[in-house]
Design a binder for this molecule. Structure first.
Ligand code: COA
Length: 162
């Protein structure tokens, strides 16, 4: 049986932590769809627009043959049904992620009982990392190159110097 999984997120921007989770998940499932959320639950609008986030993620993950990057809006479980994904992948960085992630997994299972959420422990090297930390360092002129793929550094430079 072919298993398609979806790894959803805002990815504003995708960090090396996300790439690590996506790479490991790509080895566990036949197909992995990276679902880039168009209308994230966060209050502030994203720094990178949806098209930019999808484009960057596609370029960064292009060496993984069973991975595709797709935008989505609306409910995650509806998008998962549309692409016939039976598994949602989420990364766990620390115990502080656990409560929120278990809550969301419960909501998604309630909405769609056949979908399973699988958690992947994020790399120990980057448990402190988040997209907002990267955005803050970039805007304040610090060195964030250890935290992102060069594609993201180039896009930050382009946008911040525009
Ligand atoms: N490495 C680095 N950072 C990581 C990480 C990792 N391995 N795993 C998570 N993060 C960070 C992200 O960078 C992000 O940081 P930020 O808040 O500073 O920007 C934060 O953890 C959480 O981001 P992410 O994993 O992208 O999740 P999200 O909360 O942005 O996305 C959705 C949540 C989009 C999956 C969720 O809102 C969703 O499913 N929305 C669709 C609507 C829906 O179905 N709602 C019903 C369920 S609630």
């Amino acid at each position: 049986m072919q298993v398609t999984a979806i790894y959803p997120g805002t990815f504003d921007p995708m960090t090396v932590g996300h790439i690590d989770v996506a790479t490991r998940a790509s080895k566990m499932f036949d197909d992995l769809i990276i679902g880039v959320a168009g209308d994230p639950s966060k209050k502030k609008s994203p720094f990178f627009d949806l098209e930019e986030r999808v484009d960057m993620a596609s370029r960064m993950l292009s060496d993984l043959p069973n991975v595709q990057v797709r935008p989505f809006s609306g409910l995650l479980v509806d998008f998962a049904a549309e692409i016939e994904a039976g598994v949602i992948v989420r990364g766990l960085r620390a115990i502080s992620d656990f409560e929120y992630e278990v809550q969301i997994a419960g909501v998604n299972r309630h909405l769609s009982p056949t979908i399973e959420t699988v958690f992947i422990a994020a790399s120990q090297d980057f448990t402190f990392l988040s997209s907002s930390i990267v955005r803050e360092i970039a805007k304040l002129g610090g060195d964030y190159s250890d935290f992102v793929h060069p594609v993201v550094t180039q896009e930050f430079e382009r946008k911040l110097n525009a």
